[in-house]
Design a protein around this ligand. Structure first.
Ligand code: PRP
Length: 208
């Protein structure tokens, strides 16, 4: 039986995903927190794990370079990959929010400059609200943008709320609750159905 290739986004989801796999009895002897290895196998050689940049993960799964992937719902909402989303892993729970200063006009604004690493989510949300926006796409430290006058508000994920608080920003609107999801390449699901279903069942058991 050939192995399944599982993509994991390096960063905040990776450690939580590794813990979940370990709970399910799937161990990776070569995994260490500060390891720089990008490809590792589980001890039974059923899974080949590849670590990829989170924002690229949907592409790896959509193109079939990985059969399955574990990725935040925020990235799925932004990238809209043509894949199956089969399981909510109930870890890495965050909110996608609009944040900014408490004392500035928001609800009544006709136009806003918004900094975000999620331009598609931002566009859809403000279109619905009928607010005209200019989006500034950034790749990190989004909270800095309103502090230095580069944007009126930001669209970003909040987990503990510490980053907002320490920078004097508050949540102005909530867009979505997000968590880590299991996504599956469509062709792989057709050709490796049993393997993928068995993997999903093993994970499901530890979620219950
Ligand atoms: C994310 C997000 C916020 C922060 C929120 O950034 O963009 O900045 O985490 O977490 P908190 O509510 O627990 O403070 P990340 O750590 O991924 O780094 P980045 O700024 O480089 O994107």
């Amino acid at each position: 039986m050939s192995y399944l290739t599982l993509a994991i986004g390096s960063g905040r989801t990776a450690n939580k995903a590794m813990k979940l796999l370990s709970k399910a009895g799937i161990e990776f002897p070569d995994f260490h927190n500060n390891s720089r290895k990008l490809v590792i196998f589980d001890e039974k050689k059923r899974l080949k794990l590849i670590f990829v940049k989170a924002v690229d993960l949907p592409t790896y799964v959509e193109k079939g370079a990985a059969d399955v992937g574990i990725i935040g719902k925020d990235t799925i909402m932004e990238e809209r990959p043509d894949v199956y989303e089969l399981l909510d892993l109930d870890v890495s729970k965050c909110k996608v929010v609009v944040a900014g200063f408490a004392d500035r006009e928001y609800e009544t604004a006709k136009s806003l400059t918004v900094a975000s690493k999620y331009p598609e989510i931002t566009k859809a949300f403000f279109e619905e609200k009928g607010i005209r926006i200019e989006t500034i796409k950034l790749n990190g430290s989004i909270e800095l943008a309103p502090l230095i006058g580069m944007s009126d508000v930001i669209v970003d994920i909040v987990e503990t709320g510490t980053t907002l608080k320490q920078n004097g920003l508050i949540i102005l609107d909530e867009i979505a609750d997000v968590s880590a999801r299991l996504i599956v390449n469509k062709a792989s699901y057709a050709t490796k159905t049993n393997q993928i279903q068995q993997f999903i069942n093993e994970i499901k058991e530890v979620l219950e």
